[in-house]
Design a protein around this ligand. Structure first.
Ligand code: TRP
Length: 407
């Protein structure tokens, strides 16, 4: 091959690689060709994989079967979870911290996943929980007014409460209402430890970004430190923190863990999930602007049925004859991916997978089962949310001690 041709070839190869490069950060999730490569992500980010031994350990320590999100590898990565469990085993409790950026009125099923899982952790370990509503973050990143972000935070709090959190162990706060005092002091301690170079390296900020963005990461960092909540954890400065989140939030906590020892605090531990795929498939993203890319918790049974039947990407074959012969490709099949999250019965799930893969079950039948499962979850959520009053929101968000939170 001539040298010039080789050069062109190399350039094309480089370009292809670039196009395939996946991007995962708190503001952008875009997959390469074959969907998100989670193995690569774990290596890139430097977190650890959750293996069967760790799942077994959690089951033993909590005396209950592990949540199906854990059993099925949906929460698949962690940081320092073993260390946290070592201490728990010795009788040292911890607290949970998670959050939500209130950017939309209605949550979709993907938004509920960290909260469903956090509720399980709270019950299983009997520990307190703080939930941060980053109305400031969404003000900075989305085209929202402060009033609108605050309103969305309160609306989203209702959906979160509807997941069933225990009011005696749970504090929900919005940044606009709560930031100040000890929380703000911690923010400044963190801010002083992070150079522009570091922030650009971690978050990919550029010089055209407004400085509000650059100043935000400490806000999400400091709920990891118990001293940010004097009304909850006064005198418990070394209490450990466990953060359940989707893996796109990892950059915030990489920064947090890097800074923690320098300001005399413990590093938070993390337990991290995969992304919940869009109806159209693994390498597309659920988008707030496309109502047909996700199932919302406000959808009616009829809407769920239509969306699943019409939009859920199928790994089945084009004709029944071919399907009977070749079976479905489960790796790309969205109904199977959704059932993996939400069909709790392990035996039934295994049965469906086998029958579908070997062509005895058709896509339509799998979708029908999925529609039933999702409709039930969504209906249950709607009933629970209808019970959540303004007074309950006030009660969860009140700055108050949590009596008996480790009991
Ligand atoms: N940044 C998150 C979002 O946009 C919200 C958030 C704040 C969060 N603190 C968190 C998520 C802790 C997980 C864990 O949704």
């Amino acid at each position: 091959m001539a040298a010039a041709e080789q050069g062109v070839d190399a350039a094309r190869k480089e370009k292809e690689e670039e196009e395939e490069e996946q991007v995962v950060n708190p503001w952008e999730v875009s997959a390469g060709k074959g969907g998100i490569d989670y193995d690569k992500l774990v290596d890139q980010f430097g977190c650890q994989r959750i293996d069967d031994a760790l799942v077994g350990r959690i089951a033993r320590l909590t005396g209950r079967p592990p949540h199906c999100f854990l059993r099925r590898g949906l929460f698949f990565a962690h940081r320092d979870l073993n260390e946290l469990l070592d201490l728990y085993e010795k009788g040292e409790k911890f607290y949970l911290y998670t959050g939500r950026g209130p950017s939309s009125e209605a949550l979709h099923l993907g938004h509920l996943i960290p909260f469903m899982f956090t509720k399980y952790l709270q019950e299983a370990f009997k520990v307190p929980l703080v939930i941060q509503l980053t109305d400031d973050e969404k003000f900075l990143w989305k085209n929202l007014t402060i009033q609108e972000s605050k309103r969305l935070a309160r609306e989203n709090a209702k959906d979160i409460i509807a997941c069933g959190f225990d009011i005696e162990r749970t504090f929900i706060f919005s940044d606009f209402s709560f930031v100040g005092g000890a929380f703000y002091e911690n923010m400044m301690q963190v801010a002083r430890c992070v150079t522009m170079n570091k922030a650009i390296g971690i978050f990919g900020f550029n010089l055209e970004d407004h400085i509000g963005k650059v100043s935000f990461p400490p806000v999400q960092a400091v709920p990891s430190f118990p001293s940010s909540f004097p009304h909850l954890f006064a005198g418990k400065d070394q209490l450990r923190c466990l953060i359940p989140c989707a893996i796109d939030q990892d950059p915030y906590f990489r920064m947090t863990r890097d800074v923690a020892p320098r300001i005399g605090y413990q590093k938070p531990s993390l337990i991290e999930s995969r992304f919940f795929p869009a109806l159209q498939g693994e390498n597309t993203k659920m988008s707030a602007s496309d109502a047909n890319s996700a199932i919302y918790v406000t959808d009616s049974a009829k809407e769920i049925k239509t969306k699943v039947n019409k939009y859920a990407f199928s790994g089945g074959q084009d004709s029944i004859e071919l399907h009977r012969k070749l079976g479905a490709n489960l790796d790309v099949d969205v109904p199977i991916k959704y059932l993996n999250f939400f069909l709790e019965d392990d035996d039934e799930l295994a049965h469906i997978k086998k029958e579908y893969k070997e062509g005895r079950m058709l896509t339509g039948e799998v979708k029908q089962r999925l529609i039933a499962v999702l409709s039930e979850i969504v209906a249950r959520h709607q009933r629970a949310r209808a019970q959540v009053t303004e007074e309950m929101v006030d009660a969860f968000m009140a700055v108050r001690p949590l009596p008996n939170m480790f009991g």
